[in-house]
Design a protein around this ligand. Structure first.
Ligand SMILES: [Zn+2]
Length: 120
Protein backbone atom coordinates (compact mmCIF):
# COMPACT_ATOMS: atom_id res chain seq x y z
CA UNK A 1 0.00 0.00 0.00
CA UNK A 2 2.26 2.70 -1.37
CA UNK A 3 -0.42 5.41 -1.21
CA UNK A 4 -1.34 4.59 2.39
CA UNK A 5 2.22 5.25 3.54
CA UNK A 6 2.23 8.49 1.56
CA UNK A 7 -1.07 9.48 3.16
CA UNK A 8 0.43 8.77 6.58
CA UNK A 9 3.48 10.92 5.96
CA UNK A 10 1.29 13.77 4.69
CA UNK A 11 -0.80 13.43 7.84
CA UNK A 12 2.39 13.61 9.91
CA UNK A 13 3.45 16.84 8.24
CA UNK A 14 -0.04 18.34 8.48
CA UNK A 15 -0.38 17.35 12.14
CA UNK A 16 2.88 19.14 12.85
CA UNK A 17 1.53 22.31 11.22
CA UNK A 18 -1.67 22.01 13.24
CA UNK A 19 0.31 21.64 16.46
CA UNK A 20 2.12 24.86 15.62
CA UNK A 21 -1.30 26.43 15.30
CA UNK A 22 -2.27 25.53 18.82
CA UNK A 23 -3.61 22.05 18.27
CA UNK A 24 -6.28 23.07 15.83
CA UNK A 25 -8.04 20.58 13.63
CA UNK A 26 -8.11 20.67 9.86
CA UNK A 27 -11.25 20.64 7.77
CA UNK A 28 -9.45 20.32 4.44
CA UNK A 29 -6.03 19.96 2.99
CA UNK A 30 -4.58 20.28 -0.46
CA UNK A 31 -1.56 18.42 -1.71
CA UNK A 32 0.39 18.94 -4.89
CA UNK A 33 1.19 15.73 -6.71
CA UNK A 34 3.50 15.77 -9.72
CA UNK A 35 2.41 13.92 -12.84
CA UNK A 36 5.82 12.22 -12.75
CA UNK A 37 5.67 11.19 -9.15
CA UNK A 38 4.66 7.58 -8.76
CA UNK A 39 1.56 8.57 -6.80
CA UNK A 40 -1.91 7.75 -8.07
CA UNK A 41 -4.12 10.64 -6.86
CA UNK A 42 -7.27 8.51 -6.72
CA UNK A 43 -5.51 5.90 -4.61
CA UNK A 44 -4.21 8.61 -2.30
CA UNK A 45 -7.62 10.20 -1.73
CA UNK A 46 -9.07 6.72 -1.24
CA UNK A 47 -6.47 5.80 1.36
CA UNK A 48 -6.64 9.09 3.23
CA UNK A 49 -9.83 8.82 5.36
CA UNK A 50 -8.79 5.55 7.02
CA UNK A 51 -5.24 6.84 7.62
CA UNK A 52 -6.56 10.07 9.13
CA UNK A 53 -8.67 8.32 11.75
CA UNK A 54 -7.63 9.29 15.25
CA UNK A 55 -5.50 12.21 14.02
CA UNK A 56 -6.33 15.95 13.89
CA UNK A 57 -6.96 15.34 10.20
CA UNK A 58 -9.85 12.98 10.81
CA UNK A 59 -12.80 13.95 8.63
CA UNK A 60 -10.78 16.47 6.64
CA UNK A 61 -11.32 16.72 2.92
CA UNK A 62 -8.27 15.90 0.82
CA UNK A 63 -7.84 17.64 -2.52
CA UNK A 64 -5.10 16.72 -4.94
CA UNK A 65 -3.66 19.28 -7.35
CA UNK A 66 -1.93 17.58 -10.22
CA UNK A 67 1.31 19.32 -11.24
CA UNK A 68 2.28 18.73 -14.89
CA UNK A 69 5.81 17.65 -15.72
CA UNK A 70 8.09 20.31 -17.15
CA UNK A 71 11.38 19.41 -18.80
CA UNK A 72 14.17 21.48 -20.28
CA UNK A 73 14.57 21.16 -24.05
CA UNK A 74 17.92 22.37 -25.47
CA UNK A 75 16.02 24.15 -28.25
CA UNK A 76 12.69 25.12 -26.72
CA UNK A 77 13.61 25.70 -23.10
CA UNK A 78 11.11 24.62 -20.47
CA UNK A 79 8.37 22.51 -22.06
CA UNK A 80 5.38 20.73 -20.58
CA UNK A 81 5.88 17.02 -20.94
CA UNK A 82 3.36 14.42 -21.93
CA UNK A 83 3.55 11.52 -19.48
CA UNK A 84 2.68 9.05 -22.24
CA UNK A 85 5.63 10.19 -24.39
CA UNK A 86 8.24 10.09 -21.67
CA UNK A 87 11.03 12.55 -21.03
CA UNK A 88 11.03 14.12 -24.48
CA UNK A 89 10.22 17.57 -25.81
CA UNK A 90 6.68 17.42 -27.25
CA UNK A 91 7.70 19.86 -30.01
CA UNK A 92 10.92 18.34 -31.34
CA UNK A 93 11.33 15.02 -29.55
CA UNK A 94 14.67 15.91 -27.99
CA UNK A 95 15.37 14.11 -24.72
CA UNK A 96 14.73 16.27 -21.65
CA UNK A 97 16.38 14.24 -18.91
CA UNK A 98 16.02 17.00 -16.32
CA UNK A 99 12.64 17.37 -14.73
CA UNK A 100 12.08 21.00 -13.67
CA UNK A 101 8.80 20.19 -11.99
CA UNK A 102 6.35 17.34 -11.86
CA UNK A 103 7.88 14.93 -9.36
CA UNK A 104 6.69 16.74 -6.25
CA UNK A 105 4.53 15.46 -3.49
CA UNK A 106 3.96 18.23 -1.03
CA UNK A 107 1.46 19.76 1.28
CA UNK A 108 0.08 22.89 -0.34
CA UNK A 109 -2.64 24.20 1.95
CA UNK A 110 -4.33 23.36 5.20
CA UNK A 111 -7.72 24.75 6.01
CA UNK A 112 -8.19 24.98 9.74
CA UNK A 113 -11.48 23.88 11.17
CA UNK A 114 -13.45 26.40 13.20
CA UNK A 115 -12.75 25.82 16.88
CA UNK A 116 -15.67 24.13 18.51
CA UNK A 117 -17.73 26.47 20.62
CA UNK A 118 -17.84 25.51 24.23
CA UNK A 119 -21.16 25.33 25.99
CA UNK A 120 -21.50 27.94 28.63
ZN1 LIG B 1 12.19 20.95 -28.21
Amino acid sequence: MHEASIALSLIDVASEVLRENGGARASALTVRVGAWSSVVPEALTAAFPACAQGTPLEGARLSVVLVPGVGECPTHGPVTLDVRRGLRCPACGAPTPTLLQGDELELDEIELAEPELEDS
